[in-house]
Design a protein around this ligand. Structure first.
Ligand code: GLU
Length: 451
């Protein structure tokens, strides 16, 4: 059996961290078993779905390296859904209801006040043909509910183990709205049957849906796929994802300089028994993936951990790989392999290189705010600065001379020099920085800062 999974985002918004994790786990599971990854666009909600979001989802997945083997859109399949609905109607499993949402709310409240669960009472099943005619004559249009068996829907979840949903404790789900449009529940099942999906992998917020959907699979004469429901993501503080993280789109993460593999390494390891470490490829992550490693506890998504992994990946990046990305930053077209070797250890992300590009290749700096004493010190240091081109030993011999002349040492010696030459309090080794900045620019910066 070839494993076949699908990632099914709705193009009503952008991909965010939670969706990326669902896509990733589907992708890793498929690839770990030489399976097939399908991208399904859940655009039955024609009003809220946009082409822009759909394109965005495809771009984001491509950026992340999660390419798909097959893809389709639900909006191309309305005929199939209509046929499936007719099938269910003919079997007496899809029935018309005429309650307005106000009526339903009222009944729910009454049920609750009597201590009963707010489950739809199936009053519509009691309607006669004459009742329905009458209601339709009044201009009411039906919505359609699937008749659950009232028994238990059971499956062995790849993450949660044995599951059993009492379908008498949930309302018969509405599959078709008054206006004839389909809700997500049935099209998803029809598509999983048509595409021969073997495993449905999604967040645990879908567990109850799965109970109803298993019954719809069976009603349509199909075998339900295997199911895996992942624990949800939480923030570092153990609460739900922060507003910032929860709403961070893949596009924003890309713009903030996050590397796909930092994000993917983190998202594939949190909530599992594996340590959180950066990996070099999705293929490597797939080799290490197994549902047996995934726990039931929520997965903790920590931005600091993400930043750490990102830095680790950036530090290991060869110049040839980063060159085209540096070229998009100011002065980046001048960056040399030496530049990259010197500064990369100080970067958390590739765009952070902008600062060092300006220091090395840019003209004047803003200049540090020095007090009179430091200014005088810089004046002396400027006079001692050697003529001609600098070499790797220039920094040390110059600093030794400045030290001998001024009597300064430690931070008092190094800090003003670093600040004048680079405008920064911290940064790469100064001997190598000085070599990158060059003698002329260094002299100009010293003279500029001197009294
Ligand atoms: N479009 C649904 C969602 O984004 C898909 C759920 C599923 O995987 O079945 O929640």
């Amino acid at each position: 059996m070839t494993v076949k999974v699908r990632f099914a985002p709705s193009p009503t918004g952008k991909l965010h961290v939670g969706n990326i994790r669902t896509a990733l786990v589907n992708w890793l599971y498929a690839k770990s078993l030489q399976g097939v990854f399908v991208l399904r666009i859940d655009d039955t909600d024609l009003e809220r779905s946009t082409k822009e979001n759909e394109d965005g989802i495809r771009n984001d997945l491509t950026w992340l390296g999660m390419t798909w083997d097959e893809t389709f859109k639900q909006s191309d399949k309305f005929d199939r859904y209509t046929a499936a609905a007719e099938d269910l109607k003919a079997k007496g499993l899809l029935y018309p209801c005429y309650e307005t949402s106000e009526e339903l709310d009222r009944r729910k409240k009454i049920a609750q006040s009597r201590g009963k669960p707010p489950v739809y009472d199936r009053a519509a099943l009691e309607l006669t043909d004459a009742d329905r005619k009458e209601l339709e004559a009044q201009g009411r249009k039906p919505h359609w509910r699937f008749k659950l068996s009232g028994g238990r829907a059971e499956w062995v979840d790849l993450v949660r183990g044995q599951q059993s949903i009492d379908t008498s404790s949930v309302s018969d789900p509405v599959l078709i709205r008054e206006d004839g449009s389909f809700l997500y529940t049935m099209p998803s099942v029809v598509d999983d049957v048509d595409a021969k999906i073997t495993h449905v992998i999604r967040g645990e917020d879908h567990v109850t849906n799965s109970g109803a959907q298993i019954e719809i699979f069976l009603a349509l004469g199909a075998k339900p796929p295997e199911m895996a429901h992942m624990p949800l993501l939480i923030g570092a503080d153990g609460q739900g994802l922060s507003k910032r993280l929860g709403s961070l789109s893949a596009e924003q993460l890309r713009n903030e300089g996050y590397e796909p593999l930092a994000l993917l390494s983190l998202l594939s390891k949190i909530g599992t028994s594996d340590p959180v470490e950066a990996r070099e490829s999705l293929e490597q992550l797939a080799l290490e993936f197994s549902f047996s490693k995934m726990g039931r506890a929520p997965a903790r998504f920590d931005e600091n951990e993400l930043n750490g992994l990102n830095a680790q990946i950036v530090h290991a990046m060869p110049f040839e790989m980063v060159k085209p990305r540096l070229a998009k930053l100011a002065y980046g077209d001048q960056a040399t392999p030496e530049f990259w070797e010197v500064v990369k250890g100080n970067l958390q992300s590739v765009p952070d290189a902008a600062l060092w590009l300006a220091v090395v290749y840019g003209g004047g700096l803003t200049g540090p705010d020095l007090d009179a004493e430091d200014k005088a010190f810089i004046g002396e240091a400027a006079q001692l600065f050697p003529e001609g081109e600098v070499t790797l030993t220039t920094w040390k011999s110059w600093v030794d001379a400045v030290k001998a002349k001024t009597g300064r040492k430690g931070k008092g010696l190094f800090q003003p020099l670093r600040r004048v030459l680079t405008d920064q309090e911290h940064g790469p080794e100064m001997d190598r920085m000085l070599l990158l900045i060059g003698g002329d620019k260094a002299r100009a910066r010293l003279i500029e800062a001197a009294p």
